[in-house]
Design a protein around this ligand. Structure first.
Ligand code: CAA
Length: 414
């Protein structure tokens, strides 16, 4: 586990995010949710305050404050409106392929504009038939001399239409097993590139989620991230490792926001002659929610701090654990918060129903929680190979089964 140190820079960014959330996000959350409209004023305020630079290194115009600071900022925004939390955080998801895999020229070209909030970014990985199985992509990028020609459709592109840059994952070598996919930046307005369907969603309604269509889109070879074909799947996986603490922070914000509302309401609402906050079964829901949210926050911060300190092998497992635990917590806390609001909680006049609707997607996007469990379990099974000193404590028959089964799982997963 990484020691968690909150830098002055990170704390200042967190305070700024809280001010923007109070002024631009929370007061308008219901309006934008209902209308399914993007909160441009809040995004502009984030840009002017330098928040989009939080996760971008200083040499490319950012604050260089790292993933832990990103988590602090996202939590504040998501506490006010989980939809706006992802509208902000998805810019990090779209930028990480460039930050982690881009060439020096590419970083200098794209990152300063993202840091200033002049350009928004989206991440185009998922397709209709390739969600959890991210290697099963079918969007094709065909080599045409100085250009790639991209054809096909992407699904569930968050920020689609609002974003100016799209990190698109496409098949460049269909014959290759391990180097099939490449990441290419496509700019809004490139002929043949269109947003075709804006989804009508259960939650996070203030941020567009769309289908992006590519009809023979010609993109210069210089937009191939890293300048080398075949690195796309690795870039996607590394990106998700870096971005998952952000979505987990969104979940912590959503959980805290729901819990705060439920606590305030429970003090006000009287039944049986007393505020419901004095009833033990309500107290249990509040206490369990607060405990789980606090635990989720610690896990998110530890995973983010691990990334900021260079991380190593462990970051993938920690990011998956943070995403898994925090998003399951958000769903549970939002469900109990609705319960505390009772019949009013089910009505859209009250703010809590939105927290419940917004929470569900957290368990699905940036890798379903089933995928997170798979990532964590694969790490555990591999790490268990270093625990051979425990074998002497397991009776022989059992021990054989244990080793054979572990080998079976490892062989299956490699
Ligand atoms: N970092 C670097 N490389 C990695 C890696 C990681 N974390 N994980 C895997 N790789 C490498 C492996 O080493 C392997 O490399 P070689 O071919 O060189 O050996 C290669 O990638 C393939 O690895 P796996 O065999 O483990 O891959 P897999 O097909 O079994 O898939 C998976 C693994 C974890 C299930 C992966 O497909 C996955 O994460 N799926 C979920 C996708 C996802 O999260 N989608 C969300 C889209 S974004 C979104 O939802 C956001 C939004 O709109 C807001």
């Amino acid at each position: 586990m990484q020691d968690i140190v909150y830098s002055e820079k990170a704390k200042a960014l967190q305070a700024t995010a809280r001010e923007i959330a109070d002024k631009y996000v929370r007061p308008n959350a219901a309006k934008f949710d209902k209308a399914q409209e993007y909160n441009y004023d809040a995004a502009k305020a984030c840009g002017e305050a330098g928040l989009f630079g939080t996760f971008i290194p200083e040499e490319y115009g950012g604050n260089g404050a790292g993933v832990l600071a990103l988590a602090l900022v996202v939590e504040e925004l998501a506490k006010a409106d989980s939809g706006f939390g992802v509208a902000f955080a998805v810019n990090a998801l779209g930028s990480f392929p460039i930050i982690l895999g881009g060439t020096e020229e590419q970083k200098k070209e794209w990152l300063p504009k993202i840091a200033k909030g002049e350009k928004m970014v989206a991440f185009c990985l998922s397709e209709k038939y390739a969600g959890s199985d991210a290697q099963g992509l079918s969007v094709r990028a065909i080599d045409d001399g100085d250009h790639w020609i991209i054809c096909g459709e992407k699904k569930w592109t968050t920020n689609g239409g609002v974003a100016d840059y799209y990190s698109v994952f496409a098949v460049t070598d269909p014959e290759s097993k391990s180097r099939r996919i490449s990441a290419i930046v496509v700019e809004k307005g490139t002929p043949g590139f269109e947003v075709k369907k804006v989804e009508d969603k259960m939650g996070i309604r203030c941020v567009p989620v769309v289908e992006t269509h590519f009809d023979h889109v010609r993109v210069p070879k210089s937009n191939l991230i890293g300048g080398r074909a075949g690195m796309g799947f690795k870039h996607a996986m590394m990106t998700l490792d870096y971005a998952r603490p952000g979505v987990a922070a969104q979940a912590v914000g959503a959980a805290q926001g729901a819990l705060d509302l439920a606590t305030v309401y429970s003090n006000r609402r009287k039944q049986f002659g007393a505020p419901i906050s004095s009833h033990q079964m309500v107290q249990a829901m509040l206490a369990d929610g607060a405990t789980a949210t606090c635990a989720a926050r610690q896990l998110v911060h530890a995973s983010a701090a691990g990334i900021d300190s260079g991380g190593g092998e462990n970051i993938s497992k920690m990011a998956a654990m943070a995403k898994l635990f925090a998003t399951d917590t958000a769903m549970k806390v939002a469900t109990d918060a609705v319960q505390i609001f009772g019949g009013y909680g089910f009505m859209e006049d009250y703010p809590i129903a939105k927290y419940f609707r917004d929470a569900k997607i957290l368990q699905i996007y940036e890798g379903t929680n089933q995928v997170q469990r798979m990532v964590v379990a694969r790490h555990l099974v591999r790490e268990a190979m270093n625990l051979s000193h425990l074998e002497e404590f397991i009776p022989v028959e059992e021990q054989q089964t244990y080793v054979e089964e572990a080998e079976l799982v490892v062989n299956h997963n490699t």
